[in-house]
Write a protein that binds this ligand. Sequence first.
Ligand code: NDP
Length: 454
Amino acid sequence: MPAFTVLNPATEEPVAEVEQTSAEETDAAIARAVAAQAAWRMVAPGERAALLRAFADVVGAHIGELAELETAGSGHPAGQARWEAGNVRDVLRYYAAAPERLCGKQIPVPGGLNVTFHEPIGVVGVIVPWNFPMPILGWGVAPALAAGNPVLAKPAERTPLTAVRIGELALEAGLPEGVFQVLPGKGSVVGQRLIDHPDVRKIVFTGSSEVGREIMAGCARQVKRVTMELGGKSANIVFADADLERAAATAPVAAFDNAGQDCCARSRILVQREVYGRFLELLEPAVKAVAVGDPAREDTEMGPLISAEHRAKVASYVPDGAPVAFRGSAPDGAGYWYPPTVLAPVRLDDPAYVEEVFGPVVAVVPFEDEAQAVAMANDTPYGLSGSVWTRDVGRAIRVARAVETGNLSVNSHSSVRYWTPFGGFKQSGLGRELGPDALDAFTETKNVFIATDQ
Ligand code: NDP
């Protein structure tokens, strides 16, 4: 199979050549996973826990190396990349505790009792996008392994380096052969095979809603289990009574984290009309202060976009004559740079307001009252994330309940933690990842009746 050349998005220079897995090699990997399955599910819970802890420790001992790979291959700022590698370690550690708590129920029934078991589903395919190659890998892989399933992970073609290394670290930590395999390659080849192959019993897909729809249809042919984490167009709702300074100071992180290539990006800022002007005044210096540049530097906050094609797509949302209120900076020269960009005022049918840009472009629009804010926030096919800024506790709860999204924050820009459930409403996804109940998605409940009558 041909190799893919991973480019450094900050320099456009080659970083590594990665062999693409073929359909035949994918089938062979699936066969190895099936062969590993019987032994893995029978590993005693405490032993499986110990192996996952060892895996977490080995990842933890390679944070610097993994972060450097991510900075070179994906353009993530060094500090962010270290956080992401640490997130893989922490997620593995969190789910290492799960095998020993995978308890069923006993239910009294006439003539006996029923007991329930949480059985592993079987081979799980985890399909990962390019924007957060490490955390999204960990969020699917760790609970799937903890539940006793072998896992095949397909990183995005462009960003395979850290996943491949994490696969090697799993073996170093002592995970049995075939239990966790990483298959770099194309979605249309490796991903499609995972969907079509009957021995793969579940797909965990994170990516665009467009590809997600195809994958769901593919899985439907075999009634294959599927979890989907898809796109977003989240609203950051700022009421007039909010701490405007904090809301404005954190809005750039909420919108431009990972150069806006973030499914949870709060890319629409809705501001109550009476403070709209003041909010923009506060937002401007915060946006201009975002340190955009060489991701290998410790003080860099925002790196480049992933590719030239993606930059062209992002730029298409800001054509000549677009209502650019102000912008941050970006380096010239090599690299897929795009400056943090604020559009205001924006028409509500402007594609930059309606569609997922997946880049550092945010639209700021005014609203009149609570009802209109909720209606505007919900006027999208997506429903992944969002924030509410207000000092009125009742309103905070009311609005958080009324906004149709899976993950909200009140007076904070962040809502994703591995110990709380994560997932979307509407076209942002199906099912939940993370949190204390994450193993439910990787097990089947079996119900057994035991007669006690003579
Ligand atoms: P894509 O949907 O293009 O790709 C995601 C993954 O699916 C890649 O590994 C890709 O492979 C693979 N793939 C593509 N086609 C197929 C196919 N026919 N069968 C199986 N697999 C396939 O998304 P992007 O990588 O462009 O990621 C960006 C999108 O992901 C955004 O919409 C973003 O919102 C969303 N996302 C959602 C998150 C969430 O948790 N809700 C989190 C992060 C991102 P390859 O590209 O290598 O060919």
